[in-house]
Design a protein around this ligand. Sequence first.
Ligand SMILES: [Zn+2]
Ligand SMILES: [Zn+2]
Length: 183
Amino acid sequence: MQIAILCIGSVDMNVLESIQRSLCDVFPEVSCDILKPTMPIPEKAYNPSRHQYHSSNILSKIRDHVEKSGADRILGVTEVDLYVPRLNFVFGEGECPGKTAIISLSRLKPEFYGEPSDWNLFAERSAKEAVHEVGHTLGLEHCRNSACIMFFSNNIQMTDTKKLKFCEKCWPKVLRSTSLFAK
Ligand SMILES: [Zn+2]
Ligand SMILES: [Zn+2]
């Protein structure tokens, strides 16, 4: 499986490279590239009353990059805060199944919660959200196991609790879906 990371707006290269390494570590038979050029933040997705960007709206713009990239999956990474209408915010969104996913780094930084900055914690959270959303694109739904990477987190403690790993129920589904891609 080929995953392309698409930077939306300006994002620190160190965290993109860290996400790239984590995707390669977790998924079997995967190659992962960081796309150039980056995509500008679609201003139409901005909701001024919420001060947030509509995640599904950005996702539809990411779709335009799929064919050109030649990748099996595209993961958008952005610094802006994302929402979907019925939720206060989302860490990310992924088509289930589909080819595109997005994560926001905004709420993964300890500073967001008034805590001192911690690069390793931030990188680990970013990896978890990235793997979770790519998991959705492979057709995996949310898992009830709170330690599983496919567990739904709607606060940062839940993200910190789960492991950067698919549980024994989800892992065979990952193997099945990824085996469909040419090596
Ligand atoms: Zn999810
Ligand atoms: Zn699971």
